[in-house]
Design a protein around this ligand. Structure first.
Ligand SMILES: [Zn+2]
Ligand SMILES: [Zn+2]
Length: 169
């Protein structure tokens, strides 16, 4: 069950036309089922929501787990709420426990930048890819990632250049 409150906004897409994804890798595109017109169909996974007696629950539009997964992706408040319960403020790197901590993506989200909609790796957006880091460790990790990112960019750039040179021959 999601820990933070559902925004009203999410109740109103029933039957609305699917929005085109703007390519923002931090907010991946919502599935077709998000705009479902079928009563009792989960807006996240697209499967039907079934009562204990096997009938379809037409009054609901989310599985509990799906709602949580959705909220973790689109609402940073839910990320924090889930991590607070799971990690209890303990830094996953140095083990310090405190009230000031950051939500960190273990595999950095920017690795999904520029990836096409159908090739997105959804494991990047799940709770299992989130960890609690104290401010100090988070800063260190982020700095290191910036360094790697800059390096990769440079390499890609030279690869591109190399390709161009190839063409000219
Ligand atoms: Zn579902
Ligand atoms: Zn730490």
């Amino acid at each position: 069950m999601p820990l933070s409150r559902f925004g009203k906004r999410h109740e109103r897409t029933f039957g609305r036309e699917k929005e085109e994804w703007d390519g923002n890798f931090r907010k991946p595109p919502k599935p077709d089922s998000y705009y479902t017109q079928v009563k009792g169909q989960c807006r996240w996974c697209g499967n039907m929501i079934v009562n204990e007696d096997g009938t379809i629950n037409e009054r609901r539009s989310w599985h509990e787990d799906c709602a949580t997964e959705y909220m973790i992706i689109y609402h940073s408040r839910e990320q924090r709420a889930q991590l607070r319960i799971r990690d209890k403020g303990e830094c996953n790197h140095c083990g310090v426990i405190g009230r000031k901590w950051d939500v960190d993506h273990i595999k950095p989200l920017w690795e999904q930048k520029g990836v096409k909609e159908e090739d997105l790796d959804w494991s990047y957006y799940k709770l299992s890819n989130l960890q609690t880091l104290c401010k100090k460790c988070h800063r260190k990790k982020t700095n290191q990632e910036h360094h790697i990112r800059a390096k990769t960019k440079r390499q890609e750039y030279s690869k591109e250049k190399y390709k161009e040179l190839d063409k000219w021959e």
